[in-house]
Design a protein around this ligand. Structure first.
Ligand code: GAL
Length: 676
């Protein structure tokens, strides 16, 4: 797959032949390279059990191949046909209230139902067999956004099997789940159920293990399809599109090792600059996962909306040029291209007003014209595909910690690990310090600085790895609620944060969670220290120094004079502790200061707020992406060739409002490019 991929989800089964013919022409005109086909086409491909109708899809693939479009061919297993659900009602999902759902939407399957798994394997194998060697076949797209949870009896059975693999025996399970609390002690495996709706608060360790089980169960459903496809078409990459969100019961850091290319779907949920910040976070998270994947460190933006941003109350139309700039922003952060949901806007169905590269208005539209321009731009900058982003800073994001912090019975109901990770990311993004968001700790040595924001669960092994990394020279920033509990969500006693007390040189005696309108004032511990006026919210704590130095102290209130932010030298490295949610300015100041002392400064300093600078590099070349997300023109220092316009740039380039430039340069650490 040379160059950058461009295109998106294509549902020809929704359209008559004439429209499909026009689609192929319009794709060629827009230089589409990739169409994701067949995602929800199970009932068209297998209209009755074991009776396949591939004829219509053959025509689609043949036509796309003839127009130079490669296909990410989906297995359609996210949406079983009505005949299947009627024949196998036990394979419909059951929610936590023990209500069995019905078909006529999508994702109406239970991954633990043998009938579903058998039928899914059968259609995947049939597709693999049929499309082996087809010239359009570029990639397999297994299923769609794995994430369905089920609480049925078949799931209960599978959960028990999984638990037997995880725990030596019932004694270990009882201990891990602290079942002595509220008399939940199990005396037989058969007594264990998924965490269905119960009288009062559920057992947090049971809930956590159920999510882990669901992730592994879905992963097994994925890998069995993947293995069939690999066997049928060796060499064709196999992946699935990861969906992000607190509800998703998938540990993507583990999954990343099982896909040939990490692919994510990302839909910003806020219209303004926050959309760019969210997209950058998702990109850096995908790249962090991709570093653990055989296809890494490249990743792929598999779905995003071309022309709309969806917020809770309405759809916001993107400003002209924003679709292209956001696509370049994803490529800047290591995406193998820009794919969209979707190619053509449907006439009906549940998502009838979802945006598309070919909108309801048809090709005579701003959006399609921008799609053509984007195709040209991505074609022109194809050489950047080989470059990688080399971050020296990482943020730890741990999905099990996020799940654990969603539980009831915690000291505040406003704790959100994903939001904490995004806050840290936003602070770095605004200072143009590029970071990977990492989910597993392999490869820590690549980083000079690591931020752990609300990484609630921590194993002894992780704590030991962290210590070794800091002592070898790493700069660690840990925020409140990190390392509080072990992997079974049991609190580590003796003072918080149990796993990291010694490394941080602090002992936290008590939490003081804050209300939505509460603020705590903070003051520099040493007069003359240059800090912006700092405050904290959400959280505060009684921190005692046990070897660390205070950088900021609480000022006023019950914690008056006690340390709020601390620093502790350990070996050749430094460990910082942040006991409250710092306001964005103070947080940014702290992280930028630590990054500077870790030798991990910004890509470019002195840029106007809202202008991004990110570099991809390979061999002796590098590509500097400059993205102006503001409504004003800005001049930015740069020298090289702007690949978007083909013009030479000397010293500086003017970026129009909302515009972008992509400067080919020598690698900064390699020296000038050889002539020619
Ligand atoms: C994605 C999904 C697509 C479509 C899209 C709408 O999450 O994979 O099928 O539903 O959302 O935004």
């Amino acid at each position: 797959m040379p160059g950058l991929l461009y295109g998106g989800d294509y549902n020809p089964e929704q359209w008559p032949a004439g429209v499909q013919a026009e689609d192929a022409e319009l794709m060629r005109r827009a230089r589409v390279t990739t169409a994701t086909v067949g995602v929800f086409a199970w009932s068209k491909l297998e209209p009755a059990p074991g009776r396949y109708d591939f004829g219509w899809l053959d025509e689609v693939l043949d036509r796309l191949a003839a127009h130079g479009v490669g296909v990410a061919l989906a297995t359609p297993t996210a949406s079983p046909p009505p005949w299947f659900s009627l024949a196998h009602p036990e394979a419909l999902p059951v929610n936590a209230d023990a209500v069995r759902l019905s078909h006529s939407s999508r994702d109406t399957y239970c991954a633990s139902a043998p009938a579903y798994r058998t039928a899914a394997r059968r259609i995947a194998a049939a597709l693999g067999e049929h499309y082996r060697g087809h010239p359009a076949l570029a990639m397999w797209h297994v299923h769609n956004e794995y994430g369905t949870t089920c609480h049925c009896d078949l799931t209960a059975e599978a959960f028990r099997v999984w638990l037997r693999g995880r725990y030596e025996g019932l004694d270990q399970l009882n201990d891990a789940w602290t079942t002595a609390f509220w008399g939940q002690h199990y005396t037989d495996w058969a007594q264990i159920r998924p965490p269905r709706r119960t009288q009062y608060l559920p057992n947090p360790a049971q809930v956590l293990d159920f999510r882990r089980f669901t992730s592994d169960e879905l992963l097994a459903a994925y890998t069995e399809q993947r293995d069939l496809l690999r066997a049928a078409t060796p060499g064709v990459p196999v992946t699935t599109n990861f969906v992000l969100g607190g509800w998703v019961p998938v540990n993507h850091a583990r999954w990343a090792r099982e896909v040939d290319l990490v692919a994510i779907d990302h839909y910003p949920s806020e219209p303004g600059m926050a959309a760019e910040e969210q997209a950058a976070f998702a990109a850096d998270l995908a790249r962090g996962w991709a570093r653990q994947s055989p296809g890494g460190p490249h990743w792929l933006l598999m779905e995003t909306a071309p022309n709309l941003i969806y917020t809770a109350d309405r759809m916001h139309t993107k400003e002209p040029g924003r679709m292209a700039r956001q696509s370049l922003a994803a490529v800047a952060r290591g995406s193998r291209g820009a794919l969209f949901f979707q190619w053509r806007a449907p006439r009906g169905g549940a998502e009838l007003f979802h945006s598309a590269l070919v909108p309801h208005a048809g090709p005579d539209s701003r959006v399609y014209r921008e799609a053509v321009a984007l195709g040209e731009a991505l074609d022109r900058i194809g050489e950047t595909a080989e470059g990688t982003v080399e971050a020296r800073v990482a943020i730890g994001y741990d999905e099990p910690s996020a799940w654990a912090l969603q539980g009831a019975g915690l000291p505040s109901n406003r704790l959100d690990h994903a939001e904490e990770a995004q806050r840290a990311h936003r602070a770095l993004w605004r200072r143009r310090i590029v970071c990977d968001v990492i989910g597993v700790w392999e490869g820590l040595s690549a980083y000079r600085m690591l931020v752990l924001p609300g990484h609630y669960l921590m194993t002894d092994g992780q704590a030991a790895e962290l210590r070794a990394w800091v002592e070898a020279g790493g700069h660690l920033v840990v925020t409140y609620l990190t390392g509080i509990a072990d992997e079974h969500a049991r609190v580590r006693t003796g003072g918080y944060p149990g796993a990291l007390r010694e490394l941080l040189g602090v002992r936290v005696e008590e939490f003081h969670p804050l209300g939505p309108d509460d603020r705590v004032a903070l003051t520099p511990a040493t007069s003359g220290d240059l800090w912006p006026a700092a405050t904290g919210d959400l959280w505060s704590e009684t921190v005692h120094l046990a070897g660390a130095h205070a950088l900021l102290r609480y000022a006023g209130g019950v914690l008056d004079g006690l340390p709020a932010v601390t620093r502790h030298a350990a070996g050749d490295g430094m460990a910082y502790y942040v006991s409250t949610r710092l306001d964005p300015e103070a947080y940014g100041h702290l992280l930028a200061t630590v990054a500077a002392s870790a030798g991990a400064g910004p890509e470019q300093s002195g840029l106007p707020s809202g202008v991004e600078a990110v570099r991809r590099q390979a061999g002796d070349r590098s590509w500097l992406f400059l993205l102006n997300h503001t409504g004003d023109e800005h001049e930015v220092p740069a020298t090289g060739v702007d690949l978007l316009t083909g013009t030479a740039v000397t010293d500086a380039i003017r970026l129009p409002a909302g515009g972008a430039a992509l400067i080919r340069q020598a690698r900064p650490d390699v020296g000038p490019l050889p002539a020619g």
